[in-house]
Design a protein around this ligand. Structure first.
Ligand code: AMP
Ligand code: MG
Length: 507
């Protein structure tokens, strides 16, 4: 077997110890109907494309050992490490509104769980590691493009401060997969606070297995909402907790112009992390109904529909919990309704809070919501670049204000001048010094986001065997709020020729 480790991507000084992963596999302690044991399928010649050394460190893993041939064999699934769980999770899900009673990890295998240096438990998962009992017609494999996308996008989201699954490593397998044509096969090592989904609850609820729903709810509480256990109604608190985290998550997405693209219930986590970077996109030109996903033909998951769809998914979650929520069905339904009604309020509050900070406001006053929506109106009218609009607004907030970069995004539109005047009079209501305000704005309005055209360029280079652009983009996106001299081009909106109008999940 030949191992081909890309040395320039990772430089290790420590001399590697043999790889030891201190697993503590709590999910595997649940009954057998929650998963299926299976092992990854060997791949011909794994090559490490990227190893996330800071994440490895957080997990308490030795990066040096991971980059050695034995470590790469583990990352590639050619070797199952001692103590691994090695199992595929069962789940169901509503896909674009249609219920599928059995999905499950069809191309992912849980290696196991580790407790990180921060005390947090996380799953380590092989994705693209071969068929499992839940593969249905699929090959259990992943192509290089989607693996690079997931690595770049998930780590960018992390750097942007959004709860997300992460990527520990990306590898090519040395084997091709058949998609629209022959493509290089790849594996991503996904790390998540867990892989529990609304669809996991649906799997058991749809089978009438209330005992399993209860076990799963207890498990979710102990893993993600331990504070719920101490309340008078733990399952109600679980539902409220998931609603709160999902509402806050979607507010964060919306504040960054992120469009998930495939918000099915099997892609809605109980932990409140973003999962599934298939057909997602960060929009450039603002449009409230923007859709990039090629599979989202009716715009179900359009930018502006995301809060609504999250609420829909949470209603499906609440349904699975009904037997646990009250003594009678009537009582349970009333409790679920009350919890779900909170979604709108939590979302609106979180959204207004984050948008206000993007505008440089540090207090909240009547009329802020209208000010925020006023800017959305201007952005839409001018099809202005969402990310640059907020970033350049910081330049207009300094003690030597420069409105030109902001105004340049709006072309000949006139309304934006009036909006700027309203914004200025609102700023005048606060005592904050301009330099402080501008710094605060730059700390929440990224300069660099994973723009579709740049992600696409990384994939195209990777398909030609050049992973330099992949490494560079990861580096840039690791510090999204900091100006990085010499990397100005990464901040630019796409030219009309560069614009990507559709994204594909490429499964
Ligand atoms: P996703 O689109 O990644 O959310 O996947 C939806 C379902 O299809 C999940 O059950 C996946 O595990 C499964 N799936 C996607 N791609 C493949 C594949 N290449 N082989 C087997 N199962 C797959
Ligand atoms: Mg998925």
């Amino acid at each position: 077997m030949r191992f081909d480790v890309l040395a320039e991507a990772c430089y290790f000084t420590s001399h590697a110890m043999p790889l030891h992963i201190p697993f503590d596999n709590s999910y595997a302690r649940l009954p057998g109907r929650f998963y299926a044991y299976c092992e990854p399928t060997n791949v011909r010649s794994p090559r490490l494309l990227a190893l996330n050394t800071s994440l490895a460190e957080l997990l308490g893993l030795d990066s040096g050992a991971l980059a050695e041939p034995d470590g790469v064999a583990v990352l590639a699934g050619n070797q199952v490490p001692d103590g691994a769980a090695s199992l595929a999770l069962a789940y169901a899900g509503h896909q674009f509104g249609h219920f599928v009673p059995q999905l499950g990890d069809g191309r992912a295998i849980l290696m196991g769980e580790v407790i990180g240096r921060d005390g947090k438990r996380r799953d380590l998962q092989w994705k693209g590691s071969g068929r499992t009992p839940y593969s249905r017609g699929g090959d259990g494999r992943a192509a290089l493009g989607p693996v690079l996308r997931e690595y770049v996008l998930s780590e960018a989201m992390q750097a942007l401060g959004v709860p997300t699954t992460r990527a520990l490593a990306a590898l090519t397998t040395g084997e091709d997969v058949m998609r629209e044509g022959r493509l290089p096969g790849a594996i991503v090592l996904r790390v998540a606070q867990s892989h529990l989904r609304v669809g996991t609850f649906q799997f058991f609820a749809s089978r009438g297995d209330v005992e399993a729903v209860k076990l799963l709810a207890d498990y979710a509480i102990s893993r993600h909402y331990p504070e719920a256990a101490d309340t008078a109604h733990p399952y109600r608190a679980l539902l409220e907790g998931v609603i709160r985290r999902q509402a806050t998550l979607v507010a964060a997405w919306v504040s960054l112009g992120f469009i998930h693209g495939v918000m099915n219930t099997d892609n809605t986590t109980i932990s409140g992390e973003t999962i599934d970077y298939g057909p997602c996109a960060f929009m450039d030109a603002f449009r409230s109904q923007a859709v990039f996903s090629a599979i989202d033909r009716n715009g179900r998951y359009a930018y502006g529909n995301q809060p609504h769809m999250a609420a829909w998914n949470l209603a499906r979650f609440a349904e699975t919990l009904l037997p646990l929520l009250g003594d009678s069905e009537g009582e349970a339904v009333a409790i679920a309704h009350a919890a779900l009604e909170n979604f709108g309020g939590v979302f609106e509050t979180a959204h207004l809070e984050v948008m206000s900070s993007k505008l440089g406001l540090v207090t909240a006053v009547e009329g802020d919501r209208e000010l925020v929506h006023g800017l959305f109106g201007q952005l839409a009218e001018a099809s202005a670049d969402f990310t640059l609009a907020f970033r350049t607004l910081a330049e207009a907030a300094t003690d030597t204000p420069d409105e030109a970069p902001f105004l340049a995004l709006f072309g000949t539109a006139r309304g934006v001048h009036e909006w700027l005047a309203r914004w200025r009079s609102r700023l005048a209501m606060e005592a904050l010094a301009p330099t402080e305000r501008a710094a605060g704005m730059r700390a929440v309005n990224p300069l660099y986001i994973p723009r579709n055209h740049q992600v696409e360029a990384v994939i195209q280079a990777g398909l030609k065997g050049d992973f330099g652009p992949f490494a560079t983009l990861n580096e840039v996106l690791a510090r999204p709020f900091d100006e990085q001299p010499g990397r100005e081009r990464f901040a630019l909106a796409p030219t009309p020729e560069e614009r990507v109008v559709q994204t594909f999940c490429g499964t």
